[in-house]
Design a protein around this ligand. Sequence first.
Ligand SMILES: Cc1cc2nc3c(=O)[nH]c(=O)nc-3n(C[C@H](O)[C@H](O)[C@H](O)COP(=O)(O)OP(=O)(O)OC[C@H]3O[C@@H](n4cnc5c(N)ncnc54)[C@H](O)[C@@H]3O)c2cc1C
Ligand SMILES: NC(=O)C1=CN([C@@H]2O[C@H](COP(=O)(O)OP(=O)(O)OC[C@H]3O[C@@H](n4cnc5c(N)ncnc54)[C@H](O)[C@@H]3O)[C@@H](O)[C@H]2O)C=CC1
Length: 491
Amino acid sequence: FLSLIPPPTYNKVHESSISCHHLATEFPSEDILLVTASPVIKAVTNFKQVSKTLEEFDVEEQPSTMLEKRYPNIKVIESGVKQLKSQEHKIFTEDGKQCIYEKLCLCAGAKPKLIFEENPYVLGIRDTDSAQAFQNHLAKAERIAVVGNGGIALELVYEIEGCEVLWAIKDKAIGNTFFDAGAAEFLIPKLTAEKLETAIACKRTKYTTEGCEKEEGSVAAADKLGTALGPDWHEGLHLKGTKEFSHKVHIETLCEIKKIYLQQEFKQLQKTSLSFPKDSSDNQNLWPVYMELTNGKIYGCDFIVSATGVVPNVKPFLDGNNFTLGEDGGLKVDKHMHSSVADIYAAGDICTASWEPSPVWQQMRLWTQARQMGWYAAKCMVADFLGESIDMDFSFELFAHVTKFFNYKVVLLGKYNAQGLDLDHELMLRCTKGQEYVKVVMQNGRMMGAVLIGETDLEETFENLILNQMDLSAYGEDLLNPNVDIEDYFD
Ligand SMILES: Cc1cc2nc3c(=O)[nH]c(=O)nc-3n(C[C@H](O)[C@H](O)[C@H](O)COP(=O)(O)OP(=O)(O)OC[C@H]3O[C@@H](n4cnc5c(N)ncnc54)[C@H](O)[C@@H]3O)c2cc1C
Ligand SMILES: NC(=O)C1=CN([C@@H]2O[C@H](COP(=O)(O)OP(=O)(O)OC[C@H]3O[C@@H](n4cnc5c(N)ncnc54)[C@H](O)[C@@H]3O)[C@@H](O)[C@H]2O)C=CC1
């Protein structure tokens, strides 16, 4: 980046179209190289700043040529990076190219952390290809198992129709990464209700369909890593099994998968499996795969979805380079998104934020944060190059995420689950069945976090209250009293 060496030795920034936009604008006469293993780039469209820190947007797949057309100084190399030699400031791509960089930003995302990685009947969902493969296998399935209790599992169990779903979670209540047992209780009825909402028109039309049949016989997706899916990822998919019913979900709580048996092994061991709970019509006695849970129960199914989190995709960059890694395996970055290796920055799922965070911010591997980090990393690279100082971006002052679960709008602010807070914190709740669930986390009279489910219209007010740390003790429970117009007090 910003070198005077002529092509074919380019200046470059690896990945992240978001950082590229900014760099290309700041340095129109310099070459910016985007090296990506994916044939498409993800573009943020319909961006809406909902409040100071809350953002809403769609994610659209576009051909990389779009980026090159818009910014003539961006060149896209469509090939995976297989090696980094940081001392020589060089990267090597799978198709045999080598490029010298002056500054490099690594944005290679994360990979699904699968349980039983080598098992052909255990499937992960990360990119368009793996989502498409999942859809194809679901179309032939009568029963699947979903393991995990985070974002993907929550979305899947709600979206899947015409297929029995056995959902195995480690926790007492559903959705533990995003909310508490109270919110789970509020959402559960939606799982058993018929889906009345009509499907929203597909916003994600550019799914790669080529090669979908390549995994016949087993369900594991190819190792090739595409770009992670983003908000509304399932809207372009037809998540339907072979049966005619809507939802049929059975939740096994407080358990993990102990062992997986393929059909042959299961028969030889003469084990017995349970039928789908509360289903008298369940008469299938042989399944392609069986899972034995730590609570002793065994169920058969067509395949298992492992929605069990991600691991940062650092492998191609580690060999011979002295990166410091975080506990979660990501590249540690400082408050300027700089890694521990000279001239290398990192942003998004691949990195581990290692600065002293604001008391109401935490890292989560989300699109919202990847976008903010990519943007800020580019600003830091520019500042570094120009020798200017730069302040931490405002978006890192407060954790703010808006998403949709079970067709409810869900807003998460600050320490929404009291993460890392001392035991002296208190919770305040307001809940109207089927309509809204509002929870705030208070400490020493100050608001530290909030979960807002439904159209509560409280996000902006609560965001302000968390940011300004006003002492709210005087308001007591009126803070959540629906008859008190809280916005008038504080806006
Ligand atoms: C199913 C699903 C649904 C999600 N839904 C939401 C949501 O609703 N809201 C939300 O906020 N977040 C959501 N997320 C999380 C979000 O998608 C990620 O946090 C975000 O995409 C991370 O962005 P990134 O740029 O760091 O990584 P990615 O988007 O994964 O991009 C990494 C890029 O690096 C490329 N790459 C990888 N290795 C190499 C290499 N060696 N050489 C060259 N290129 C390489 C890949 O091809 C890819 O293009 C979801 C994730 C999944 C899997
Ligand atoms: N709407 C949104 O904001 C969405 C966000 N995402 C993001 O995409 C990424 C991937 O999603 P997920 O895989 O759902 O990750 P996640 O981090 O959201 O959830 C992982 C879940 O798996 C559980 N788990 C981990 N190891 C396990 C094991 N061995 N056995 C059983 N359970 C285990 C964890 O307790 C946790 O409940 C995450 O970064 C997530 O935040 C995904 C979908 C929707």
